[in-house]
Design a protein around this ligand. Structure first.
Ligand SMILES: NC(=O)c1ccc[n+]([C@@H]2O[C@H](COP(=O)([O-])OP(=O)(O)OC[C@H]3O[C@@H](n4cnc5c(N)ncnc54)[C@H](O)[C@@H]3O)[C@@H](O)[C@H]2O)c1
Length: 342
């Protein structure tokens, strides 16, 4: 099977990702999804050549821009390995995942199949085809479990409290093995709560998308608990930049999983009540609020320390207000059938 790769030799490890000035060949798994599609946009804007592998289980074909080859396939499949052999990617950016904590609790075997076995299929392919770097998406909201230190630094204990958290952390540990024993370089990005255009309002993670849809439909905002629980909301365009930065970041020769992990967040906690206030103000809509009993097992506070990544030149640029405004405008436009193209 050929996806149009030119089969050239990837540059040797340690010399950066683009030594000959040729466009970087990048595979984005999950590139038809919410965050992955913004990462695709970022690579295209930089002049890289991009391929997407996505089974479209939650992603959408419309999220993949023209000029990008979409292979509709499972990350666990042989087809993906064939694509990797054909194209010989410089960089694999791995966003495809089972992303739902509750699904992972209901069906931990399914979660591990996608998040562990799917990852291993890609890593075996990466070693086989000489990939220079893997960017792996972890989760700062779950790998630390119930953290004692807030904002939570990368070095905090990793004691995840869900199968999803365990599978995300296992991914980092597998990568540590592949780096130290097989010589495959990687960066792990631990995201906080990402929001922005193209987020699915049907999941449970996308509170901004859910609130925006409810405001537009004239429905009350549902809040679990007293609304004073805090989260660290980071805008998806800042996250896309973090991925571009991670692709070229110089890395230390030694170190455990924390040496290659970076929190991608804002370092600021925002309560659900304050998030709702800000969204109502940018939308100029108010539909009232209904408070329900708190969700079992939900963390009270979650905010990540971002000093490690900011010291290396990445920083979030979008204020919550501006990010919410752009997201709300996008959702309002798509709901009425016109796209703003963000
Ligand atoms: N959204 C957040 O706040 C957040 C926070 C922390 C980490 N993450 C991580 O970021 C990544 C992207 O999440 P998202 O929020 O954009 O979700 P998303 O559901 O929009 O994206 C996931 C993509 O992966 C694809 N996919 C799922 N299983 C697949 C499989 N077996 N084979 C091929 N493709 C498959 C889906 O179709 C989808 O396009 C995930 O790894 C997720 O765990 C997200």
């Amino acid at each position: 099977m050929s996806m149009g790769g030119d089969g050239g030799e990837p540059p040797p490890a340690g010399e950066g990702l683009d030594p000959d000035g040729e466009p970087l060949r990048v595979l984005v798994t999950g590139g038809a999804g919410f965050i992955g599609s913004h990462v695709v946009d970022g690579h295209l804007a930089r002049g890289d050549r991009v391929w997407v592998v996505d089974d479209l289980s939650s992603g959408r074909r419309e999220n993949v821009p023209d000029g990008v080859e979409l292979l509709e396939a499972d990350i666990k499949s042989r087809t993906v390995r064939e694509l990797m052999g054909d194209v010989r990617f410089h960089l694999v950016n791995h966003h495809a995942a089972q992303i739902d904590v509750r699904v992972s609790v209901r069906d931990p075997i399914h979660d591990a199949r996608v998040n562990v076995l799917g990852l291993l299929n890609l890593l075996e392919g990466a070693v086989e085809t000489g990939v220079n770097r893997v960017i792996y998406v972890s989760s700062g909201g779950v790998v630390y479990g119930e953290p004692e230190e807030i904002p939570t630094p990368e070095t905090a204990p990793k004691l995840p409290l869900s199968p999803y958290g365990v599978s995300k952390l296992a991914g980092e540990q597998y990568l540590h093995y592949y780096r130290t024993v097989q010589g495959l370089e990687y960066v792990a990005l631990r995201y906080s709560n990402v929001y922005g255009p193209r987020q699915d309002p049907h999941g449970e993670a996308g509170v901004v998308a859910i609130f925006s849809h409810r405001l537009l439909s004239g429905e009350e905002l549902l809040i679990f608990g007293d609304g004073e629980q805090t989260r660290d909301y980071v805008y998806v365009k800042d996250v896309a930049h973090a991925n571009l930065k991670a692709a070229e970041l110089p890395l230390p020769a030694e170190g455990g999983i924390d040496s290659r992990a970076f929190n991608v967040a804002t370092g600021v906690g925002t309560s659900v009540n304050r998030l709702a206030d800000t969204l109502e103000s940018v939308a100029n809509l108010r539909t009232g609020r209904v408070f329900r009993s708190p969700r079992a097992g939900e963390l009270r506070h979650s905010t990540l320390d971002i000093e490690r990544f900011t010291a290396r030149g990445w920083a979030p640029k979008w204020s919550l207000k501006d990010g919410l405004r752009e997201t709300f405008q996008y959702i309002a436009a798509t709901k009425t059938g016109t796209s703003l193209g963000t």
